[in-house]
Design a protein around this ligand. Structure first.
Ligand SMILES: [Zn+2]
Length: 395
């Protein structure tokens, strides 16, 4: 393939572009790289030298010999750098160190109260990050970047939370600049559900280009993978399905000021409140799950109905977005099959056959690691993109 067809003008000689081919993990010889990129052997040799020096590539086992000295093969080295990933939830924060394939090398989790403010919470992230670096024998110089997920609306381009309802003191706080100043590396921030969608997609559904991830916990939200990429929308609020009105639902007031929002009807917090009113004390999503697991018929019925209400809203999303997979995660999904059974019941009944013949509705498999894997993936995909990588290698 000629160079001008493989790469846009001006990028033909980029080391970043040569590197992209090798990110799939398959070792290649100089001749194969030259054939695949259309670049001259001498150019390939020079690009490889720079990438070897950076540690991002390493020589692999020799290619099968056909007599004589076999040519050297080169492969992506995921251990070259590490990424710090933080998934900050409403009640807990998980911080992990990953390699360049988003594999978790070490992690720790703690309870957090977001009301202590952004400086204190992000201070914890930085300290935990240093401990994880020490634990794995890496240094701060090995950090490629930091990815942070927050439990509220985030404007991804600026990394600032936008009027986050459960995060007093965080509105407009410059999370990116704060962590960049403290750790000296690239920092990217997004909404936690977007990152869970990215993490689930990366680890379990890489071949499903159109996927929806729904988190059902204290609140309800979703993340959309469209054509293999996270779809954030124009300001980052795509997938915020918690405040869609449930069709034919009960008109209960929601904290956003509207009536009959999905979150006010079907979240773990809403179910806990209804159970408590019926004389079965429950405070959180986890209490509801514990009740269902211990055989409470009321809790099971409530969870199943929540699944149906979520299904009502998802049926509309299925018509508009046509995903091939809907992954249901979040703490309420831990209550066995009840939630997902309710979702399936309504989505399959209410959507047209063309939209549902290949639609799978499944539980999250990445589980409570989805958020940190997604945060790492966000950083890696950005920092190792052709343009950014060329800049990184020049520094
Ligand atoms: Zn609402």
């Amino acid at each position: 393939m000629p160079a001008d067809r493989a790469f846009p003008d001006g990028l033909a000689a980029g080391r970043g572009e040569v590197f992209q081919l090798l990110r799939d993990g398959r070792p290649r010889t100089r001749a194969e790289l030259s054939a695949e990129t259309g670049l001259a052997r001498s150019t390939i040799a020079e690009r490889i030298e720079t990438l070897l020096a950076s540690g991002l590539l390493r020589s692999a086992d020799k290619a099968g010999s056909t007599g004589g000295r076999p040519p050297t093969m080169f492969t992506f080295n995921p251990a070259a750098r590490v990424v710090l990933a933080a998934d900050i939830g409403a009640t807990h924060a998980k911080v992990a160190l990953t390699d360049l394939t988003s594999d978790v090398l070490a992690e720790q989790e703690t309870k957090v109260d977001l009301a202590i403010g952004p400086e204190a919470v992000l201070g914890y992230v930085a300290e935990a990050g240093q401990e994880l670096l020490d634990q794995t024998g890496r240094s701060a110089r090995d950090l490629l970047g930091v990815g942070v997920g927050l439990p509220g609306p985030v404007e991804h381009s600026t990394g600032r939370p936008v009027i986050p309802p459960i995060m007093p003191g965080w509105d407009g706080f410059d999370v990116k600049a704060h962590l960049h100043e403290r750790l000296g590396v690239l920092t990217l921030v997004d909404n936690d559900v977007n990152l869970m969608a990215l993490g689930e997609h990366k680890t379990h559904w890489p071949d499903a280009p159109n996927m929806m991830f729904v988190k059902v916990a204290t609140g309800i939200g979703s993340g959309l993978i469209s054509d293999g990429r996270l779809h954030r929308g124009s300001r980052g609020s795509a997938g915020d399905m918690g405040h869609v009105q449930v069709p034919h639902g009960v008109e209960v007031p929601c904290r956003c000021g509207n009536l009959g929002c999905l979150e006010a009807v079907a979240s773990g917090a809403a179910i806990a409140a209804r159970l408590t009113a019926a004389g079965i004390p429950a405070l959180t999503s986890s209490d509801v799950v514990a009740l269902a697991r211990s055989g409470s018929v009321d809790a099971v019925q409530q969870i199943r109905q929540a699944g149906r209400d979520i299904g009502e809203v998802l049926a509309t999303a299925v018509s508009l977005f046509n995903p091939s997979v809907i992954v249901v995660g979040g703490s309420l999904s831990q209550a066995g099959e009840h939630l997902i059974a309710g979702v399936r019941e309504v989505v399959y009944r209410r959507s047209l056959p063309l939209a549902t013949t290949e639609l799978r509705i499944v539980r999250s498999r990445a589980g409570n690691r989805a958020g940190v894997i997604g945060a790492a993936t966000m950083v890696i995909d950005h920092a190792l993109s052709p343009f950014e990588l060329d800049a990184l290698l020049d520094r």
